[in-house]
Design a protein around this ligand. Structure first.
Ligand code: E4P
Length: 218
């Protein structure tokens, strides 16, 4: 399973990459705004900076919602670095653009997926990744994890090469359930990745080992 970090914060990206387990990064306009990145040149420079930290797929989202606009923005993003994946919203124009990018060999991540039909459509258009949002479905009382299961099953039935990128992952249980189901990728905040390190018995066990070592080596 691949681990992506869902942030535009360069320090968090560096920290996750330094751990040696990071395979890529996803961003979105809200995450870019949170870091105060605005204006075309600054946005492009920020994506380049991310590509220089992480050797893996970096999703950069288009803002346009019309076909020509999505193509224009996506091509500019793709020219930035070979690891850029053009993130396209699940809308009619987006699906058409995914087909265009796929034919041109440009990688895409179809975002804002909330049902299996949307995922199937994106896969048929040739998306590299689909991003079903688990947490946001849970927030409205629907079962986000069930959607991951459904999409993994459908893609496996037909051998679609599109990867299931579980998004809106809020805690380690989400991540582990995705791993059990067989999602190809999870994208999550840094704290979800670092939380995997922790167990109170690991902490107390290590403290005891070190104390016992000190006793005999004093
Ligand atoms: C996916 O690529 C999105 O950036 C993200 O996972 C959304 O997560 P949120 O629902 O926590 O904002």
């Amino acid at each position: 399973m691949k681990f992506f970090i869902d942030t535009a914060n360069l320090n968090e990206i560096r920290e996750a990459y330094d751990l040696g387990v990071l395979d890529g990064v996803t961003t979105n306009p809200s995450l870019m705004a949170k870091e105060g990145i605005k204006g075309h040149d600054k946005v492009m420079a920020h994506y380049k900076a991310i590509c220089e930290i992480v050797d893996g797929d970096i999703s950069a989202e288009v803002i346009a919602v019309d076909y020509e606009g999505i193509i224009r923005e996506g091509e500019l993003l793709a020219e930035l670095h070979p690891n850029i994946v053009v993130k396209v919203p699940m809308i009619r124009e987006g699906v058409k653009a995914i087909k265009y990018f796929s034919d041109k060999g440009i990688k895409t991540n179809c975002t804002l997926i909330f049902n299996a039909g949307q995922a199937l459509l994106a896969a048929k258009a040739g998306a590299t990744y689909v991003s079903p949002f688990i947490g946001r479905l849970d927030d409205i009382g629907q079962d986000g994890m069930q959607l991951i299961e459904q999409i993994v099953q459908i893609f496996s039935n037909y051998g679609y090469p599109t990867e299931v990128l579980a998004a809106s992952v809020r805690h380690t249980m989400h991540l582990l359930q995705c791993a059990e189901i067989g999602a190809d990728v999870v994208t999550c905040p840094l704290n979800v990745i670092t939380s995997l390190l922790n167990h109170p018995l690991t902490e107390s066990g290590l403290a005891k080992f070190l104390a016992d070592h000190k006793k005999v080596n004093a």
